[in-house]
Design a protein around this ligand. Structure first.
Ligand code: MLT
Length: 277
């Protein structure tokens, strides 16, 4: 079992230029946040466990569909790609997704976490194309492993990555712009990982600058939650939430703000490009 610490061998060269000794140096694990996929190259994630998040709503919807019995979710970079994959599947598939938050013409389903009930999702493959979330996943093709996170499975994902030495939280953003709800998730996830590690006597991990910014943002939100403001209100004021309220999908915001309501950790297999529990 690993301890969350990486061991680095540092060779010490003698005056004769031969290997004299090797010191074991403990290097702390790193917690990083990417505010928008476009700010990093896919290759830069090759050593990382990446947690992809689009709280409103793609990753919340994926977790909900799998929790309600969907066998797999196949994330797609575009509506056309999703249509092509769906055309090649049997009758047990769903074609889900959105444009501007609304169901796409000809799709069987939208991108609402509440619509993927057991009756709808159980035993089905969901082919999903969303504007930001499933596109952000494309950016993670070279990552060491990819997990799907949202507020609803915060604890489960934090426990799953506890011993990972290099963790990046990939925020999807909204239409290429940084969005607060994903940064709130990133800060909450970092806090959760560090507090579980501390309780277990594990080194909590070093924060990059973006991870520090996300953590500060989350602490401010947390402070106001403690004074009675619901998390959903922060989401309503965020870029992704404003659009959902405008088109009458407030119930999705309420669903997405239920911290730790689902114990599942979906994993995106980068070879089969399939998300499963
Ligand atoms: C996305 O992936 O772009 C979002 O989930 C948009 C939405 O709210 O449906």
């Amino acid at each position: 079992m690993t301890t969350g610490l990486t061991r680095t061998i540092v060779p010490q060269m003698s005056s004769e230029n031969s290997l004299e000794s090797a010191n074991i140096v403990k290097s702390e694990s790193v917690l990083n946040v990417v505010f928008l996929p476009a700010t990093v190259t896919p290759q830069s994630l090759s050593d990382d466990t990446v947690i992809v998040v689009d709280v409103l709503r793609a990753t919340t919807t994926i977790i909900s569909a799998l929790a309600n019995g969907a066998t797999q979710v196949l994330p797609q970079p575009s509506v056309d790609a999703a249509r092509r994959v769906f055309a090649g599947m049997d009758g047990t598939s769903l074609l889900g997704g959105e444009r501007k938050g609304r169901i796409v013409d000809g799709f069987t389903n939208g991108n609402s976490p509440v619509e993927y009930s057991t009756e709808v999702a159980s035993g089905k493959t969901l082919i999903l194309a969303t504007t930001n979330g499933t596109v952000a996943m494309e950016h993670c093709r070279q990552a060491k492993q990819v997990l799907i996170g949202a507020m609803v499975n915060l604890q489960a994902v934090a426990e799953a990555v506890l011993h990972e030495p290099s963790i990046t939280i990939m925020c999807s953003g909204t239409d290429g712009v940084i969005t607060s709800e994903d940064i709130i998730f990133a800060g909450a996830m970092i806090d959760r990982i560090r507090s579980i590690r501390e309780a277990a006597g594990i080194e909590p991990g070093k924060l990059t600058d973006t991870a520090q910014i996300a953590t500060h943002h989350w602490r401010q939100v947390q402070f106001q939650i403690a004074s009675g403001k619901p998390l959903a209100d922060f989401f309503r004021d965020a870029r992704g939430g404003i659009n959902l309220v405008r088109i009458g999908l407030d119930h999705d915001i309420v669903f997405a703000s239920q911290i730790d309501s689902l114990p599942h950790v979906p994993k995106l297999c980068t070879e089969s490009w399939s998300i499963r529990l």
